[in-house]
Design a protein around this ligand. Structure first.
Ligand SMILES: C[C@](O)(c1cnc(-c2ccc(S(=O)(=O)c3ccc(N)nc3)s2)c(Cl)c1)C(F)(F)F
Length: 624
């Protein structure tokens, strides 16, 4: 059913999908739902994987459809108006830099996007000869920019402590709390703190669920749930003292993996808002809805331009999948901010796919001064989190093999001699080198580089005739394009490795409260058993061989998470216990004996009486 579209769009956004239908998993938060587009993701070939994820990303730009359940979307009147109201507040701060601050904050991938945007807009201010006015916070500190540690987002008090630290002495602060699912306690604490200090703070909640779907469970060690905090924010929005910016963008291609659409939508939403604020402050003009639409359209164009390279992206997915299947590695080597995006994508594979730290790793080539709040925290991570050019040359190059995949990420404005020099060093070890290069119309790759790296995805962007801030739109488009491609390559590679069942990452690491709930929900989805029975099975595995006492069952989720975080295959083991009605040791033995996780689960799922119906995956068939 083609929706009624209010605006002309650059891309052919998919018709409203099944997930907008009122009955579809209606109680589930949109961000946690399974996206119908990718329900057969685990059986797709590389080309199909790219198409499916492309269509999921396109849902970000889909307009509200009155005919279906009415979720506000990116282009909805209410969202655009809220953006305009927030811009007014940002302009006030930008005009009065003394003792004011704009803070972007989040846990995990949201914190990484916060970091990326704070770096970008401080660079924009520097180019205008102005002092930095942005800073970022990520749950767990700078080390979590390069190494994912999912547990830190569970502390509301840690969020308050971090916010207090960076805002000391400030008289006016705009705080952007980013939580894609409206669920991170770290952000809930910060928003609540802002609402208790409205003389200094203007809090903005950024996420992609309606407030009615914000997490309602009580937060351990805190007086409110995320839902209660969000409802209080909504109330304060009536008097422009707080704002909720939460368009629906649709479920993730891999259920709950908010690093993908959630991260991209965060970047699109906040870069558009902040860029519009800067554009109008420097021209002392009024921001208009037209200006917002113009910027949003450049991101839609970035989607169209990026996925016009789908065939080459699919070849990269296949190549990276082959490396992982052979227990070899994928190295993402990016220049400047493309290197930051590379590092983030690699780090996110660990919690998302249970990947080893080395499976997909990003490296940053070029100057990284003025980036990190506390770089010492990063470098102090030790060699396993090394991400510099020196680390790549010294500790990776010598051990590169033909099975590894190396992907360079650069723009034609970077030092191409430096790119060529490093490419030559890589070629001495392997011919398996690929590249993604961004150019502006009129820039061409040197023949020598094309000869060195035969498979280059070369994206040419139209010249945007926009004033100073416009140059940043170029940069933001290239970053988003690179993020989309890397997300697709790393996700696709893990699909081909057999880590995904339908579009669920069943073997998730239970390393925070949200992931604990997701684990229980996935068990319910694949067994049809009650939540109580699934939760019991999960706890049996987590505490095995300890017998489950009433006390343990009633313990706080943080205790279960602490016990489960370092365990492997907890959810698949619990799933087998439920499906085969067996004890933990037998389930573990079956997993160990099976050629792959999927084979073990498929066998159990296709046991007599079970079929891959609307909610049951079919046994694995050879991918075409
Ligand atoms: C889609 C699915 O049913 C599902 C996935 N995840 C979940 C959840 C994951 C995390 C939660 S949660 O932490 O309680 C949460 C997270 C966000 C939010 N707004 N509200 C609640 S629910 C649910 Cl309820 C269902 C499936 F199949 F994956 F299990």
């Amino acid at each position: 059913m083609r929706g009624t579209k209010k605006y002309s769009h650059v891309i052919d956004t998919p018709d409203p999908g099944k997930w907008e239908l009122a009955g579809y998993e209606s109680t589930l938060p949109i961000t946690e739902k399974s996206n119908p587009i990718t329900r057969e993701l685990d059986r797709a070939d590389p080309g199909q994987i790219v198409q499916l994820l492309r269509d999921c990303d396109a849902e970000i730009f889909q307009e509200e459809d009155q005919a279906l359940v009415n979720y506000q979307r990116l282009y909805s009147e209410m969202v655009l108006k809220t953006m305009m109201d927030i811009i007014g507040k940002v302009q006030e701060v930008l005009k009065e830099p003394e003792n004011t601050l704009i803070v972007l904050s989040g846990g995990g991938a949201s914190g990484r996007m916060a970091f990326l945007m704070a770096v970008s807009f401080n660079k924009l201010l520097k180019g205008l000869g102005q002092p930095p006015q942005y800073t970022y916070l990520i749950a767990g500190g700078d080390r979590c920019l390069v190494a994912s540690q999912e547990g830190h987002e569970d502390s509301a008090l840690l969020g308050i402590e971090d916010l207090n630290k960076v805002c000391e002495g400030k008289k006016k602060v705009i705080f952007f709390g980013i939580s894609c699912g409206l669920s991170a306690p770290y952000v809930a604490g910060q928003l609540d703190f802002c609402m208790n200090n409205l003389d200094i703070y203007t809090p903005v909640l950024v996420g992609f669920n309606p407030v009615s779907m914000a997490r309602s469970e009580k937060i351990e060690g805190f007086h409110s749930s995320f839902r209660q905090v969000a409802e209080r924010m909504e109330k304060l929005q009536e008097t422009h003292q707080a704002f909720v910016l939460n368009p629906a963008v649709g479920p993730e291609g891999v259920a709950g993996s908010s690093r993908m659409k959630g991260g991209s939508a965060t970047k699109i939403l906040l870069e558009t808002l902040l860029l519009a604020a800067h554009k109008t402050v420097s021209k002392d003009g009024e921001v208009s809805e037209k200006c917002l639409l113009e910027i949003l359209r450049t991101y839609e164009r970035a989607h169209k331009v990026t996925y016009s390279q789908s065939k080459k992206i699919a070849a990269l997915v296949k190549q990276a999948g082959t490396s992982l299947q052979k227990k070899a590695y994928v190295y993402l080597v990016g220049w400047h901010t493309l290197g930051i995006i590379a590092i983030m994508d690699g780090a996110e594979c660990v919690p998302t796919f249970g990947a080893d730290l080395n499976d997909v790793r990003g490296f940053l080539i070029g100057d990284r001064s003025e980036m990190f709040n506390r770089e010492a925290d990063l470098v102090a991570q030790g060699p396993k989190f090394a991400f510099s050019e020196e680390d790549f040359v010294k500790s990776i190059l010598p051990s590169l093999t033909e099975q590894d995949t190396v992907l360079f990420l650069f723009t034609m404005d970077d030092n191409l001699a430096e790119v060529e020099k490093l490419a030559i060093q890589v070629k001495e070890r392997t011919s398996n080198i690929h590249a993604l290069s961004h150019a502006t119309v009129g820039q061409y790759l040197p023949a020598s580089l094309k000869k060195l790296i035969p498979s280059i995805i070369s994206i040419t962007w139209p010249i945007l005739f926009l004033e100073y801030e416009g140059n940043f739109i170029q940069r933001f488009q290239r970053e988003l394009s690179t993020k989309w491609i890397l997300n697709t390559v790393s996700t696709g590679a893990h699909v081909l490795k057999g880590k995904i069942l339908r579009n669920y990452m069943v073997d998730l690491r239970v390393s925070n409260a949200k992931l604990f709930e997701r684990a229980v929900a996935i068990l319910q989805r694949f067994t049809g058993d009650t939540r109580a029975k699934c939760r019991e099975a999960l706890l049996q595995v987590v505490y095995h061989p300890e017998q489950l006492s009433q006390e343990l069952r009633a313990a706080p989720v943080s205790k279960h998470v602490a016990r489960a975080t370092d365990q492997v295959q907890v959810v698949p083991t619990a799933l087998l216990c439920l499906l085969r009605h067996c004890a933990v040791p037998e389930a573990r033995a079956r997993l160990d004996a099976a050629p792959s996780l999927r084979a073990a689960l498929d066998a159990a799922l296709s046991a007599p009486g079970r079929k891959r119906g609307p909610d049951q995956p079919q046994p694995e068939e050879q991918r075409t």
